[in-house]
Design a protein around this ligand. Structure first.
Ligand SMILES: [Mg+2]
Length: 331
């Protein structure tokens, strides 16, 4: 059997069977945005790790080494945000071919340093090893979360509303700009989409703002795409969900590239992935607080959680159920 037969999530299940055991210090093991460990009376320790392979996850003819480094840190920080946490420290391991210019490696680290400094994340160690041909970058980030603030994928309940931060699909649209080559739209539009793809902002500040006035029941960061990540929440929580498709927040820039490529803007938003926005579920009695939060955090209600776990669907403006499509899966 090949990895491509079982897929990314099939592989994770198999790995979890091998290494996952009972340990009272482990609050949450494999299967959420971060692992959660007992730490002290007030807080849990969070751990997340992410690996990027040149030519698979990034190309140095499309992105500067600084962009690649900064984006890698941002992706890890997004997982810390998805648990309701704040960052503590990072380690970075890099495998590079000996022929690589020292400058390139330094620029990678400069990009990591820029983003980690912005979000208060010291980089405290790692490893440097040789690779055959391509760069591999592996980052581990530790974070902390107040016990009462811990958000997981498994807390969504029927009746909760589904909310997302920001606009969806811009990162995938930015990737399309790179694939098509720049210069087909205004530099301003292309610049915004490229920034979404190359320089995503982890929603660390926004999640802390939400805690000021409401208690989300579950959270995930949008790395695989809304369709796929909403399914992760539903599977972990044993519930279903309905998304009102006309409410999915899509930027003018994303509509612009959709008009050019002929791919529906909604497809970018539902299946694009790597927006690193947050998808949260919120109890219905908290919805009254949202108008104020909408201004503070660009958070938008897009749907609701339902009892029937077999339903994870879109609903169009006429009330018809529409498939949400598929998100990104490795292998
Ligand atoms: Mg994640």
């Amino acid at each position: 059997m090949l990895l491509s037969d079982v897929g990314e999530f099939g592989l994770i299940e198999r790995v979890a069977e091998i290494v996952g055991g009972d340990d009272e210090r482990v609050v949450i093991g494999i299967g959420d945005d971060c692992a959660v460990l007992e730490w002290n009376d007030a807080k849990y320790l969070l751990v997340t790790t992410d690996t990027l392979v040149e030519q698979v996850h990034f190309r140095l003819d499309w992105a500067t080494p600084e962009d690649v480094g900064g984006r890698a840190i941002a992706a890890n920080l997004s997982d810390i945000a998805a648990m309701g946490g704040t960052p503590l420290a990072a380690t970075v391991s890099i495998a590079t071919p000996p022929e690589l210019a020292v400058d390139t490696v330094e620029e990678l680290y400069r990009g990591m340093q820029q983003v980690s400094a912005k979000y208060g994340l010291p980089i405290v160690g790692g490893d440097t090893v040789k690779s055959d041909r391509w760069i591999t970058l592996s980052i581990t980030v530790l974070g902390e979360v107040k016990k009462g603030n811990l958000l997981t994928r498994s807390g969504a309940r029927p009746g909760d509303v589904v909310v997302v931060t920001g606009t969806l699909g811009d990162a995938a649209a930015g990737l399309d700009v790179l694939e098509r080559g720049t210069g087909t739209m205004s530099p301003e539009i292309e610049g915004r989409l490229l920034a979404a793809h190359l320089r995503p902002e982890p929603r660390l500040r926004e999640i802390q703002l939400l805690f000021d006035s409401l208690t989300p029941t579950s959270c995930i960061d949008l790395s695989d795409g809304l369709a796929s990540d909403l399914r992760h929440i539903c599977t972990a929580s044993g519930v279903g969900a309905e998304v009102e498709l006309e409410k999915v927040p899509i930027s003018v820039e994303c509509h612009n590239i959709a008009a050019l490529t002929g791919k529906p803007a909604l497809e970018y938003a539902l299946s694009g992935g790597e927006d690193f926005e947050l998808l949260l579920t919120i109890p219905p009695d908290s919805v009254g607080d949202l108008p104020r939060l909408l201004r503070a955090t660009t958070t938008k209600v897009i749907g609701r959680i339902v009892d029937d776990a077999s339903i994870v669907t879109g609903v169009d403006i006429e009330g018809n159920r529409v498939a949400l499509g598929k998100g990104y899966e490795h292998f």
